[in-house]
Design a protein around this ligand. Sequence first.
Ligand code: 8YV
Length: 329
Amino acid sequence: MTPKIVVYKKLPQDVLDDLRRHAQVVELAPAHGGGHAALADALGAAWADADGAIGASVKVTPEMVARAPKLKAISTISVGVDNFDLADLTRRGIVLAHTPDVLTESTADTVFALILSSARRVVELAEWVKAGHWHGSIGPDQYGVDVNGKTIGIVGLGRIGGALARRAALGFDMRVLYTNRHPNEAAERAYGAKHVPLAELLSQSDFVCLQVPLTPQTRHLIGAAELRAMKRSAILINASRGAIVDEAALIAALAQGTIAGAGLDVFEQEPLAADSPLLAMRNVVALPHIGSATHETRYAMARCAADNLLDALAGRLTHNVANPEVLGR
Ligand code: 8YV
């Protein structure tokens, strides 16, 4: 029996064609930014007898899953799996596959782009030049701070955190501190990374980089107290999930000078509201969740997710690839 697959994110044509060779495919690419509501409405009959689904950037709730009684597998085109209720999927015996590894290096590059552009005020000064303000040699008012030789604190030294540690230590001679559920001995040997409590990381780091998955335990991990524990000269970098930071507390901390700045690729609500106070702050670099957004990497993610789905439907992938025990390494 040919399986039925619902596709809810635009796929490269050759990947879609490949799926069509193995399954009946129904495309439900919601309008950009359609999100949860648009998908829930668009799912309708197509979802009710789906065997598999592939997509990203939309919350797939237990209520939606209950409306698809034949569902055997969901393949998310992302490494993050916070759009799913893992316990509910496990209880229903539904495989959830994700796309780790293929996006590690691109995402670590994005984190370093945030570090460098925040520290050296790249976005602000590029806009300053474009606005015609450059009339002579720049002065202390335009100076940034060094990245090389400074201390980076990586909260969550998993795949992306490890790639970040490599860039920091080998590329920028930085001291690497990290917190993690388990020590990462490979990073300690290769990059001199030091496993420390969060409080020590916050008080010692010039750049605090959040690289943990969003789980009930990491939601608002960084709040007012944690921001106060940081150096006043420190910069917070977040390219993992917005809700790991209490955004209201971050806005207050930036306004009060508790920390020096922030480089953000993710936000509690996305897209970020045009009237967010963050966008009026000179010491904030805000990006639209571009962590893995290169042509090469997004193609590799789509290819990986399609292969995962076909493997799961063929019974070659029979467990939750993304399960709580795996997350957070
Ligand atoms: C986006 C990401 O999800 O992989 C993740 O968890 O946050 C990003 O890669 C991407 O938009 C998925 O298509």
